[in-house]
Structures are given as C-alpha cells and as structure tokens.
Design a protein. Structure first.
Length: 103
C-alpha cells in the first residue's frame, strides 16, 4: 500500500492459484495484515483447519513490515481459546506465519 496504489495478492500453493486485487492508494495511520474473524448473525464463524499460512512480501509504504514495529495478535474465541496463533517476523521483516490452533 502506498499513496499511489494498493495491491493485495493471495496464493494458494496447494492448488497453484493466485488472486490479485489492486485499488486506490491511501495514507493511513495504521495497517492490518493477516487473518480476520468473519462475522455472522450468530457471532464469529469458526476457523477451518488451514494448517499454516505464510504472509510474504508484507510492505507498508514500500518499507518492510518489521520497520514499523508491528504488533502480533492471536485470534481468540469468546471462551479465551486461541483459534489462530501468529508467528514472529521472519528475517528481513517482510513475512510471518499464522497457525490453526482450534475451531
């Protein structure tokens, strides 16, 4: 994401499928990269067992995610059970993983 444009790319390496979305640029005071809860009428939907996801080439304003001193958040359900655990930044600060823990 830069002031001139935003690009998001997702690759499913198990099926060799890549999807890319581009849009307008922005100037933000915060950025979010990772997994998110999907709300429904009855609350947050469960988490499918996805194993491990790698987020790579994470840049903000052209700088490595690690440059911005990011905060890691675990997805926790209403009972306090971790559903998605966030791993640390890889060397270079542009990548990290998330891991399925519980539905």
């Amino acid at each position: 994401m830069t002031t001139s444009g935003t690009t998001v790319q997702l690759t499913d390496v198990t099926k060799n499928v890549t999807k890319t979305l581009t849009g307008a640029g922005a100037s933000a005071s915060a950025a979010w990269i990772g997994d998110d809860a999907w709300p429904s009428r009855t609350g947050i939907l469960g988490v499918p067992n996805f194993g491990k996801l790698a987020f790579t080439n994470c840049l903000i304003d052209g700088k490595a995610l690690g440059h911005w001193h990011p905060q890691a958040y675990q997805r926790v359900n209403s009972h306090g059970t971790v559903q998605i655990a966030t791993g640390g930044l890889w060397p270079g600060g542009t990548a990290f993983t998330t891991h399925y823990r519980h539905s």
